[in-house]
Design a binder for this molecule. Structure first.
Ligand code: COA
Length: 263
């Protein structure tokens, strides 16, 4: 399926595209023929990722953007259109998170994560609408987390924000299907990145204990997630709309009630 350059002539914006998972998506989309626009707050993160893509023969534009600020987001879309003339795919990947039980979370801590994750995703999605509508084509893919449809003790701010993005995914999938704009999501489990590990895996031995709970016995590989995201944004997934696909090695179903392993 991925032998062909399935994204030939496609233009994709990837928020948070300079580092971690966003960078993996950008590299994969570029390999598959897309011209990619990488957006994040820090230009320092964007340039090396763009340089790597260009070094491999791809086309990439660095668009420093704070997704919380609608004017900056509109500018990001304008720059994309100026440079490449169209916008086909938007991946809402930019996120902010930290481990903090709700009783210690400040009002500003809550607001800051809701602003990046939920408001940021809406800002980008809303700004992408007009060009996608004009083209009668658009694929919007939101990066959630498995807890978007559950609970996440220790990160209520991120959990509430991702749940909001999931609700937005389903709602806009219905509203915008008439423009041939599909809106889907992925809900990843454990795909370690430097950013996530340093913010979330703070208790001694937390990563090892989390690993033991994953039924397939390992964490996810970035390319596995990138391939799923690519599939959902491709024409192969044309009949998928308003869906969130979990990719977590089965950990979501592992709620041990009994010590069954050694029976
Ligand atoms: N525990 C508790 N509160 C925290 C915190 C932590 N680890 N980190 C930040 N906060 C609080 C701050 O104290 C502040 O609240 P206050 O004004 O009441 O003190 C509030 O969150 C905003 O922090 P600030 O650093 O000013 O916000 P920012 O907008 O510059 O940064 C964050 C946003 C906090 C989400 C920051 O972690 C970030 O930029 N993250 C981007 C990358 C990321 O998180 N990736 C996710 C990987 S899973």
């Amino acid at each position: 399926m991925f032998k062909d350059p399935i994204f030939r002539d496609r233009v994709a914006i990837i928020t948070g595209g300079g580092t971690g998972l966003g960078r993996a998506f950008a590299l994969r989309f570029s390999e598959l023929g897309a011209r990619v626009v990488l957006a994040s707050r820090s230009a320092d993160h964007l340039e090396p990722a763009c340089a790597e893509i260009r070094g491999r023969g791809g086309e990439a534009l660095a668009a420093p953007t704070d997704v919380r600020v609608p004017e900056q987001v509109e500018n990001m879309v304008r720059r994309t259109l100026d440079q490449y003339g169209r916008l086909d795919i938007l991946i809402n990947n930019a996120a902010g998170n930290f481990l903090c039980p709700a009783e210690k979370l400040s009002y500003n801590g809550w607001r800051s994560v809701i602003d990046i994750v939920l408001n940021g995703a809406f800002n980008c999605t809303r700004a992408a609408l007009e060009p996608m509508k004009k083209q009668n084509y658009g694929r919007i893919l939101n990066i959630l987390a498995t807890y978007a449809s559950g609970a996440s003790p220790g990160t209520v701010h991120s959990c509430a924000a991702k749940a909001g993005v999931l609700a937005m995914t389903r709602t806009l999938a219905v509203e915008w299907a008439r423009y041939n704009i599909h809106v889907n999501a992925v809900a990843p489990g454990s795909f370690p990145t430097e950013g996530a590990s340093s913010r979330l895996m703070l208790a001694p031995g937390a990563a090892e204990r989390a690993l033991r709970r994953i039924p397939v016995g390992r964490v996810g590989r970035h390319e596995e997630l990138a391939n799923l995201v690519a599939y959902l944004c491709s024409d192969y997934a044309d009949y998928i709309n308003g869906e969130s696909v979990t990719i977590d090695g089965g950990v979501s179903w592992n709620h041990p009630s009994f010590e069954w392993e050694n029976v």
